[in-house]
Design a binder for this molecule. Structure first.
Ligand code: SF4
Length: 218
């Protein structure tokens, strides 16, 4: 895993994730990015920012319909409006970001997973990128690239994969390295290891099981 990380970092450089101005904005983005592209998320977040609505109480003061209207660019507006408000309720009930800083990571993770509309990927994105906790985020890019390269089978349950990556990446600074590796994996999945992979020019080609297999049959 460290070799893959080093190669991706050498190729793409530091990604500077998460692209947000505050931890709360990361949380909002983690909900809005469900089943949509980041470009659409940015349009929705910009709308909220323009109206000074990027705060838990401001979002809770809106009706579901009013919030849905503002986040419409990110898709599934009614579903995501309810999920955003559920997250805000949890945040307010918990005492806000300073109170969360006092909580153990396992407790926070369990609490987040109990919030309406928050699954493992969303919870872990919030833990890592908003709350700086050492939790790796597994997403579709991670499954695709790590399975093609032969590091995983690809169909393992979320928790199995998360533990697999966390235990195979040697690091003295897990928060920084999980942050960077996940961002690099997303970048590689967009540029080279797309659904239809561009193996010819891929920087992981010499280490990749799928590319080797392809060569054997090609
Ligand atoms: S060689 Fe091909 S399959 Fe392997 S990581 Fe690169 S693009 Fe993906």
């Amino acid at each position: 895993m460290n070799r893959l990380y080093a190669r991706l970092l050498a190729a793409y450089g530091p990604q500077g994730w998460w692209p947000a101005e505050s931890p709360f904005e990361v949380m909002v983005g983690a909900i809005l990015t469900q089943n949509t592209t980041w470009v659409q998320v940015i349009r929705a977040i910009d709308r909220l920012r323009d109206e000074a609505l990027l705060a838990p109480t401001a979002l809770l003061d809106l009706s579901v319909d009013a919030l849905a209207e503002r986040i419409r660019p990110a898709g599934y507006p009614n579903v995501k409006a309810r999920r955003l408000q559920a997250l805000c309720q949890w945040l307010v009930r918990s005492g806000g970001l300073p109170a969360l800083a006092e909580c153990a990571t396992d407790t926070l993770r369990a609490d987040l997973l109990a919030v309406h509309g928050v699954g493992p990927e969303t919870a872990d994105s919030i833990l890592l990128y908003a709350l700086a906790r050492p939790v790796f985020v597994i997403d579709a890019y991670t499954r695709r690239i790590l399975s093609r390269c032969g590091h995983i089978g690809g169909r393992e349950p979320y928790e199995t994969l998360r533990r697999e990556v966390e235990s195979n990446l040697r690091t003295a600074d897990p928060v920084a390295d999980y942050n960077e590796l996940h961002a690099l994996i997303v970048q590689h999945g967009k540029i080279a290891c797309r659904p239809r992979p561009r193996c010819e020019a891929c920087i992981l080609r010499t280490d990749c099981a799928a590319a080797r297999e392809d060569q054997r049959h090609g």
